[in-house]
Every structure is written in C-alpha cells, then in structure tokens.
Design a protein around this ligand. Sequence first.
Ligand code: FAD
Length: 494
Amino acid sequence: MSASPNPHAPIIVWFRQDLRLADNPALAHAVGSGRPVVPLYILDDQGAAPWAPGAASRWWLHHSLSSLGAALEGLGCPLVLRRGRSDVVLRDLVRELGAGAVAWNRCYEPQAIARDSALKADLKAGGVAVDSFNAALLAEPWTVKTGGGGSYKVFTPFWRAVKEGLTDGLNPGEPLPSPTALTALPTPPDGDRLAEWALLPTKPDWASGLRAAWTPGEGGAARRLAGFLDSAVGQYAEGRDYPAQPWTSRLSPHLHHGEISPRQIWAAAMAKGDGAPEGEGMDKGVAGFLRELGWREFCHHLLYHFPFLPERPLNPKFEAFAWHEDAKRLEAWQRGRTGYPIVDAGMRELWATGWMHNRVRMIVGSFLVKHLLLPWTAGQAWFWDTLVDADLANNAGGWQWIAGCGADAAPYFRVFNPVLQGEKFDAAGAYVRRWVPELAGLPDSVLHQPWTADAMTLRAAGVRLGHDYPHPVVDHKTARQRALDTFAAIKDDN
Ligand code: FAD
C-alpha cells in the first residue's frame, strides 16, 4: 500500500453497524477532514464468514442500506456497495482510489475486532490515516472495570459503574447532528446494485409480516423512538412484561443496525424524564427503559471479555450438561407446535414479524432448554436466522442467561411454567388469540392449557386437539423433574 500524504486524497467511510447519518462520529470526522468522502458498505457473507447475517437480518439490511443510500444520494455522495472479504475489498478500494484516510465506527464481535485491528495496522503501515470511533455503546467494554481492574460478570454493579463513569453523572455526551453537505469525488467508484445482492426473499416471499411490522432505516428509527417516548414509556416499568401491549420500544433492530445510537436514545429519554437522575425523581418508565439499554451494554461487555460467549457456556460446569438431540421436537418448537399456547404464540410471532417480545423470549427459551433439554445453541441459531434484531452479543447473552449457564444468569433450577407465565402475562389471552388463532374461541380459563378443557368446551370453540392444535409435546411436571435431575448430575460432578 503506497503512502498518500496528499490532503485532497479521498477518505473512505466504512459503514458497518452504523447505518445512519446523525450521531455518526466516523462520518463527522470524514466531513471535518475536508477530503472528498467515499461512503462504503461491504457485504461479507460468502465462504465461511462467521455469523453472517441470517435471513431476517438480510431482509432488514436491504431496506436499511436502501434508506442510507437514498440519504447519502440526497447529499450528493452515493453509497458504494461492494461484496467479498471485507479486509480484501477495503484494501483494494484504498489502492484503487489512492485514498489517504479511512474512518469507521467500532464493532465489538471478536472476529470484527481481530479483522479491524489487523487492517488498521496494515493500512497505517502503508501511510493511510485510519481513525475509529465509538458509535454503538454508552461505554466501551474496556472502559468499565471492577475495583480490582477486571471485567464485570454481574449486571447491577456493572450498570452502576457505567452510570458513574459517564461524564456529568448521567450524560454520555450530546449526539452529533447529521452532516448537511458532503464533498464527493467527481467520479464515484463503481459498485454493485443493491438488488444484485438478493438480500430479499423471493421464492417464497415470506417477508410480508416483516413489511407490515417495520420501517427499517434512520427515519423509521427516529419515529419509533419519538412514538415510544410520547405514548408508551410511561407504562414501561409495569407494562414491559405484557406481550399483547405496545409498551416496549421495539428499537432493537434499529439499534442493532445502528440506525439510531444509544447516545441519541439516552439524550431523548433524559429530556423526556426532565433530566432528573435515577432515584432522584427520574420517571420510573424512563429509568427502567435506560436500564434495559444497560443490559445491551452488559452483553457487549461480556462478549468482549469472553469472546467464546456464542459457542461455550460461561459457566464451565455446563460443558458436561447432557443436552438431548431431537430434531422433531426442535422443529415443533421452531414452528410453534409444542402444544403450549404461550410458547407457540411467541414462536409464531417471531416467524411472522422477525421479532418476539422479551418476556416471551424468556418463556420459549426456558421451554427449549429445560422442558425439551435441547441445547441453548440450537435456540440461538434459530433466533439468529429469524430475528430482525439478531445480535451476537444480545442473543448469546440472552440464551446463556435463560439456560442458566451465563453470567448473572437465572438459576438453572428456576424452570418457567408456561401455563402460569401465560396466565400471568397474557391473562386476557389477546397475545395467544392473535398468534394462535385456532385457539381463539376457547375461554380464558383454559386458553393457556387447552388439554384441560372438557369435550364440550373444545367443541364449542371448534378445537380438535391433536388435529387443529397439538397435544403438549411434554408434560410440564415430568419435564421439569427431568431437567432438575439432569442439572443435579452436573452439579454433583463439580
Ligand atoms: P426495550 O424493552 O424497549 O429495550 C430497549 C433496548 O434495550 C432494546 O431495543 C435492546 O437493544 C436493549 N435490551 C432490552 N432488553 C435487553 C436484554 N435482555 N438484553 C440485551 N439488550 C436488551 N436482543 C437483541 O437486540 N438481539 C437479540 O438477538 C436478542 N436475543 C435474545 C435472546 C433471548 C433468549 C433473550 C431472552 C433475549 C434476547 N434479546 C435480544 C434481548 C431482548 O429480548 C430484546 O432486546 C428486546 O426484546 C427488544 O425489544 P425492545 O426493543 O422493545 O426492547
């Protein structure tokens, strides 16, 4: 790579999980450099690319790139799309353009860190200026340390430390505005057309539910945040556990793709909460919401410090756990055919919309690993393919937590009872009736356990168990005991 001291040589802004213009420090840096700007996105999904986006994420990515491309086009600076091994593609483009600088916002997946560190060293050695920025977290993982200088494994002290560490007590800084003008190269480099990447499903086109549920892109993210803060955050503290209610933000896919930053969310939420610190008058809903953003930070902290998080249990005792392999039961779970209505409703919501309410993620996760004794990695893989918010850190963190083998996890012996969970969090049955319509005619008293309904009730509701809706794949009490016995075996071994 040849050195390029020319201050007019272009700067490449490599977009990754930061598909937005506002509060984008790499882009702001490029604008400030005075160089012509070349915005670039690389699709690195071929060969053995680890954790390449799953099907639902690809759908999202298409629309998000389309939105970002239009916004950049509006500033006269088209987004260049290239495909291949990202380190190779980036080096090639630097060479092709004689670029003098590259800027990106940091990613925290282990493979991305390794790739980016090597690239940075290599490009710098070739005389190319490389600058990277934090655009995705309130506090980067290496900045949060225990008193002894180590990393946190328990959420509450971690979150306390993050909040204490943020400047001004609770202020991670003002978000940056969108650039109003960009200087492009007179002839922008060639790139692929987005449609050539075939990110959208065609045969069959299973994305109609996703289209109905979401508006990917920076504008959609901003509207989602504003709507949530206007009408739902007040209900969040008590309401966030009720899957039939619209009381959580649904910002997760926007956050994962970087269409909105946690700093923007923080600033808007604090403005809503009148800026009062937590515990000193901050609105309960706002505090609860920011705490969940804290879980996102925590999962990223864990992934950074324990890069094996998506593959191996954090608690090594669980390496010896006797998971079952049962393709039929896994499929029943994936398709929402377990015979437990709240579990099936969640899995069908996921299939239809690419998203599932957090309470229900916990219920279906617990059911998979405890009632069916199937490995948490199988659940993680299914979520990876079907979630529009599939995120390596949050997904692995969520699965390890629910399997009981992660940091600060739910204890293994706490086995969610899917009937009681349904009765508590979907008492009026609106969620189950929406996603499992074949049970809609059942009265509330048996909706969450249709196998207890008498023949007349089932007939009146038009339900034939075993035909219209399955019998339970396992009996709760038996499955619970089996899970506890399996757990006892690894407990006793250690
Ligand atoms: P809100 O309640 O409005 O929360 C605001 C934001 O905080 C979310 O958008 C999300 O970014 C973050 N957040 C909230 N809860 C959590 C949490 N428990 N852990 C980490 N971050 C959180 N979240 C993902 O973004 N991607 C995943 O792949 C993912 N997989 C999960 C798997 C399992 C088994 C479990 C139990 C949870 C998983 N979560 C995942 C966390 C959580 O379920 C979702 O972030 C949340 O449901 C998204 O909805 P929301 O945006 O309305 O959340």
